[in-house]
Design a binder for this molecule. Structure first.
Ligand SMILES: Cc1cc2nc3c(=O)[nH]c(=O)nc-3n(C[C@H](O)[C@H](O)[C@H](O)COP(=O)(O)O)c2cc1C
Length: 333
């Protein structure tokens, strides 16, 4: 069990915050499958402070998701503080400051990973957040802006001194974006001197690998991002490649149901398209089915396509399949 302030976390493998992916339906599903807590996608403090409905709506959640961490991003102390005051009334268990987003329109404006360049100011922001709200404040960082400015030691020190109660570390720099590999030696080093719980993050592809990372780096927990998209089973230690078509289909229906209940039928179906494409990724012989599912505007047809699919040949794609596919593509060029 991990404690973030007074919040108890029962499981140390957690769904990473992902804009457009880790919404309430998907968080619910991953919590059911074993993710240790729910982490919202990042929400702009500018939007929150203007009481934008679109921003505030991103914090809608179900009680079963608790503990839930609301993640915010911004670059201004007063606005971030005001946003914390506003969202505390919505009942989060934790509020997290995003210091890792590498996207230019966020980081180049001094938000997300842009905050890594202003350690002193970050200290003031975190201090102000902790003084303003009663719930624990945490931060999610990268290891530096680029390889010439790896300032994770200073950043972690500043965060702790200012009152942050846990830190998540994506082991890349801002300039790496998603290239190369997360540096787990640095994550391990951070754990060795940190006084607060550390969640390591980056390039974890399975439950077994998550456990291995926890063991070898010593971190308190890990976050799984991309490998959890279309794969909630990862939190239950179930290898997706062993599943039958009816098992995959049952999960698709369950997720779709959560989406349509949450967003309404039309929007829920449209937003579900990217998920269903990921559920069916790397399976052989499903390209026609996938195409129908991601284009149909009808919920009834969507369900019909899945129910009438012949699962006899359903299996994971092999390297040989991929080669054949490449040759076919080549032949049509
Ligand atoms: C589509 C997408 C959206 C993301 N949105 C967020 C976000 O809102 N907040 C955040 O802290 N990180 C966000 N991230 C970063 C992930 O949480 C995670 O740190 C990163 O993907 C590395 O972990 P992974 O290798 O397990 O994917 C996002 C990543 C992806 C792929």
């Amino acid at each position: 069990m991990i404690k973030i302030g007074n919040v108890e976390i029962q499981n140390n493998i957690v769904l990473s915050p992902m804009a457009g992916v880790s919404d309430s339906p998907y968080r619910q599903l991953c919590r059911e499958m074993g993710s240790g807590f729910a982490y919202t996608e990042f929400v702009s403090t500018d939007g929150i402070s203007h009481h934008s409905k679109k921003s505030i709506d991103l914090f809608r959640f179900q009680e079963m998701e608790r503990p839930i961490s609301f993640q915010v991003f911004g670059n201004n102390l007063e606005i971030i503080t005001e946003a914390c005051r506003i969202i505390e009334d919505l009942g989060p268990d934790i509020i997290d400051l995003n210091m890792g987003c590498s996207v230019a329109k966020v980081s180049h404006r001094g938000s997300g990973a842009g905050l890594l360049r202003k350690p002193e100011y970050v200290g003031k922001i975190i201090e102000s957040m902790t003084k303003t709200v009663k719930v624990p404040i945490t931060a999610k960082i990268r290891i530096g802006w680029d390889h010439d400015s790896l300032n994770y030691r200073e950043i972690v020190h500043v965060l702790q001194e200012a009152g942050a109660q846990a830190i998540s570390v994506h082991g890349r720099t801002k300039s790496m974006a998603y290239t190369g590999f997360a540096d787990w030696n640095i994550i391990s080093e951070i754990k060795s001197f940190a006084k607060v719980p550390i969640f390591g993050n980056g390039d974890i592809h399975s439950y077994a690998q998550a456990k291995e990372r926890i063991k070898t780096s010593g971190v308190d927990g890990v976050l799984i991002g991309r490998s959890a998209i279309g794969n909630p089973w990862i939190f239950a230690n179930v290898d997706k490649s062993t599943l039958t078509f009816p098992e995959v289909r049952a999960m698709i229906f369950r997720h779709l149901d959560l989406m349509t209940n949450f967003y309404g039928e039309q929007l829920g179906l449209v937003l579900f398209r990217k998920h269903v494409a990921k559920y069916l990724k790397n399976y052989f012989g499903v390209s026609e089915l996938r195409h129908k599912l991601v284009t149909t505007p009808s919920l009834e047809d969507f369900v019909g396509y899945l129910n009438s699919f012949n699962p006899d040949h359903f299996r994971m794609e092999t390297e040989e399949d991929k080669e054949v596919l490449n040759c076919e593509t080549y032949a049509t060029v």
